[in-house]
Write a protein that binds this ligand. Structure first.
Ligand code: MRU
Length: 391
C-alpha cells in the first residue's frame, strides 16, 4: 500500500513512525523488543486502536525472530510468548484491539503446542499469525471504507443509483474527530478510510476535522493526512462543531459525523476519543447522522455496556502545556527549534480522561468490514449476524 505508513514491517524489522514529531518531522523508530513497543505505545508515539495492536504484536514477532532461544522447549517458548503478551496488554487500557489480538495469538500458540516438534515451530507460528494481523487490517479498512461510503450514500440520497450520483454530482460533507486514518492503522484507515473512499468515488463535498483537544490528534494527524491526500478539508476547534452544524451552505451542510472506536461494547455503546460523545449529542439535536467505523477487532462482546469500559486518564500536562516548533516572524517554520509552552496556570487541578463513551442510542450505524450494523428493534446493536463465531 502506498501513502502514509505508521508501521513498516519486514521479517525481523519493525519501523514505527514517531507520531509525536508530526506534522513537522517524519522519523521512524526501530523497535526491537516488547519493552520498546510498550514504551512507544504508552508515550503515544504510536496511537489509534488498530495500530497499537499491530505494533505490540509485531514487536514480539521481531523479538522472537532476532533473539537467541537455543535450548528453549515448546512449553518454555509458549510461556515466554504468553508472558510477553500479558505484559504488552498493560500498555494502554481502553482500546480493545490489542486485547482481542492477544487472545487470538495465545489461542494459536496453544493450539500449535499440541503438535509442534520444537520451540522454533512455536516461534514461526506466532510470527506468521502476527504478520497476518497486519495484512488483515488493511483488507478490513478497505472494506470498511467501501461499506461506509455506500451506506452513507444510500441513506443521504436514497433514490439515487450510483450512476445518477456520478452524473448529478450530489456530494456530501462530513465531519470526523480524532485520527482514524492510515497513521492509526496499517493503512487507509477506518472513519478516515470512509472519507478517503467517499473522495475516491467522487462523493465527497468537503471533510471537516476537529482539532481534538487536548492532545490534538485531529490537527496534528488527521489534518496532515487530509492535506497529504489532497482531500478538500477544513480544520475546526472542537468548540466550533455546534456552530458548524447550524450552517446551511453547500459545503458546510454536514450530512454525517464519522468517528472511529477504541472499544464497542456488546450493546453498541462506544468508547472513543474524548469529545466524541459531545459530537453525538450535537448530531442528535441537528438531525445529523452519527456513524462509528469499527473493525470487528474493536468490538468487545465480553463487555455488556459502556459502563464497564475502563477509561484511561492521562497526565494533566496534556492540557496545561503544548509542544511544537517555532514560527518565525515572517511566518516560516523552523523545524529545528522545538518548544514546549505552558498554556495554563501550572498548578491548576486537571481532569483528563482520554476517552468518553457514546451511548448506543446516539449511534445510527456501526460500519465494520462485514457491513453495516444498525440498531435492532430492541434499540441496541446486535452483532450476532456479523460475528456468529464469537457471539
Ligand atoms: O489516544 P489515542 O490517540 O490512541 O486515541 C485514538 C482514538 O481515539 C481513535 O479515534 C481510535 O483509536 C480509533 S483508531 C482507528
Amino acid at each position: 500500500m502506498n501513502g502514509l505508513q505508521a508501521v513498516k514491517y519486514t521479517r525481523g524489522t519493525l519501523l514505527v513512525l514517531d507520531q509525536l514529531r508530526l506534522p513537522h518531522e517524519f522519523e521512524y523508530d526501530n523497535i526491537q523488543t516488547s519493552e520498546e513497543a510498550f514504551e512507544t505505545i504508552r508515550s503515544m508515539r504510536v496511537r489509534g486502536a488498530p495500530a497499537i495492536a499491530i505494533v505490540a504484536t509485531l514487536a514480539l514477532a521481531v523479538e522472537l525472530d532476532n533473539q537467541n532461544f537455543s535450548g528453549a522447549t515448546v512449553l518454555s517458548q509458549q510461556e515466554y510468548i504468553t508472558k510477553k503478551l500479558d505484559y504488552l496488554k498493560g500498555s494502554r487500557p481502553t482500546a480493545v484491539d490489542l486485547t482481542n489480538a492477544i487472545s487470538l495469538l495465545k489461542q494459536i500458540v496453544a493450539d500449535a503446542g499440541r503438535s509442534a516438534m520444537g520451540a522454533d515451530t512455536i516461534r514461526e507460528t506466532y510470527i506468521q499469525a502476527a504478520e497476518k494481523i497486519l495484512r488483515d487490517d488493511l483488507t478490513t479498512n478497505l472494506a470498511i471504507g467501501r461499506y461506509g461510503a455506500e451506506y452513507l450514500h444510500r441513506q443521504i440520497f436514497p433514490v439515487s443509483s450510483d450512476v445518477a450520483l456520478e452524473s448529478n454530482g450530489r456530494k456530501l460533507s462530513v465531519l470526523t474527530h480524532c485520527n482514524t486514518g492510515a497513521l492509526a492503522t496499517s493503512g487507509h484507515g477506518t472513519a478516515l478510510g470512509i472519507i478517503r473512499t467517499l473522495h475516491k468515488m467522487n462523493y465527497l463535498e468537503h471533510a471537516f476535522c476537529t482539532e481534538t483537544r487536548p492532545y490534538n490528534q485531529g490537527s496534528r494527524l488527521t489534518a496532515f493526512e487530509l492535506v497529504y491526500e489532497h482531500i478538500p478539508s477544513t480544520l475546526i476547534a472542537d468548540s466550533m462543531a455546534g456552530a458548524l452544524f447550524a450552517q446551511r451552505t453547500k459545503e458546510k451542510t454536514i450530512a454525517a459525523i464519522i468517528v472511529g472506536a477504541d472499544r464497542v461494547a456488546r450493546n453498541g455503546d462506544t468508547a472513543n476519543k474524548i469529545g466524541t460523545y459531545t459530537l453525538a449529542v450535537l448530531a442528535k439535536h441537528h438531525g445529523i447522522m452519527f456513524i462509528v467505523a469499527a473493525p470487528t477487532t474493536s468490538i468487545d462482546l465480553e463487555t455488556a455496556s459502556g459502563e464497564d469500559i475502563e477509561i484511561e486518564f492521562r497526565p494533566g500536562q496534556e492540557l496545561t502545556q503544548i509542544s511544537g516548533v517555532v514560527v518565525e516572524g515572517d511566518g516560516t517554520i523552523d523545524k529545528s527549534k522545538k518548544v514546549r509552552v505552558a498554556t495554563a496556570e501550572q498548578t491548576i487541578d486537571v481532569w483528563n480522561p482520554a476517552f468518553d463513551v457514546t451511548p448506543h442510542e446516539l449511534i445510527d450505524a456501526i460500519i465494520t468490514e462485514k457491513g453495516e450494523v444498525v440498531r435492532s428493534e430492541l434499540g441496541t446493536f446486535d452483532f450476532q449476524t456479523i460475528m456468529p463465531e464469537r457471539w
